[in-house]
Design a protein around this ligand. Structure first.
Ligand SMILES: [Mn+2]
Length: 238
């Protein structure tokens, strides 16, 4: 059997039209292509739940993003409230978000709760949602940080940002990653794809802010090629 080409798609955030346009652009054929997603398929865009169902149906490989984790956590609290009457300590940021999270079916939730945090693509290529902590061994990564990390201190330890700005004296994790694993990640929005050529690995950021009106990016590992689709509009503003 010949090997399929691995194509990793950045944060889609419910931009289903652009996602399907991307599939058209690569002339998606499940016999030839394996499409993987770096997480954050939910929230903000026009059809996040429809997108999730499509991805489930297509049996694409995905890792958990912080937005999926949050939806799951909220639904767990809702279920607990139904059972015990205990208040849900989380509040959806908007009515639309609440409706979206409420509309996730049992099967959607089951699929979401089974998403891995790290997925091996092939050889030494992996996908994660946000990143890895350079100071910590690959095998010992903190699971909660994999979906959130952005910045690290000079020793490569996780830094929790207090504002939207880069915390003083810190830098982006991918530039400090030295372990011999190539990582493709999302979460951190760049204007265009970001390639970190480190001594022992390559890290590639593929979130190019489609939902913010920029573009949806995918990376084809075998061809070493980026595929991009322009956002039809700005769906969400900070
Ligand atoms: Mn994210």
């Amino acid at each position: 059997m010949h090997e399929r080409e691995n194509i990793v798609v950045g944060d889609v955030h419910g931009c289903r039209d652009e996602f399907n346009e991307l599939l058209d652009k690569i002339k998606y054929d499940p016999k030839q292509h394996r499409v993987l997603l770096v997480g954050d398929i939910l929230d903000r865009g026009t059809d996040p739940v429809g997108l999730l169902k499509q991805i489930r149906k297509m049996e694409l490989d995905c890792v958990l993003g912080n937005h999926e984790e949050k939806a799951l956590r909220w639904r767990k609290y809702e279920a607990l409230r139904d059972l015990t009457g205990q208040d849900n300590p989380m509040k959806p940021p908007s009515d639309d978000r609440r409706k979206e999270w409420e509309s996730l079916s049992k099967n959607d939730l089951h699929w979401l709760s089974n998403l891995p945090l790290i997925r091996l693509i092939k050889d030494n290529w992996y996908i994660v949602h946000a990143g890895l902590e350079p100071a910590v061994k690959f095998e010992d990564q903190d699971l909660a940080r994999i979906i959130r990390i952005r910045y690290v201190d000079k020793d490569g330890h996780y830094v929790k940002p207090k504002t939207k700005e880069t915390p003083e004296g810190s830098e982006f994790w991918a530039g400090r990653w030295e372990q011999p694993y190539n990582i493709i990640f999302g979460h951190q929005r760049f204007d265009s794809q970001q390639i970190f050529k480190n001594k022992n690995n390559i890290c590639i950021g593929v979130d190019t802010g489609c939902v913010f009106g920029n573009m949806l990016t995918a990376y084809n590992i075998e061809r070493n090629e980026f595929i991009q689709v322009k956002a039809k509009k700005t769906y969400y503003k900070r």
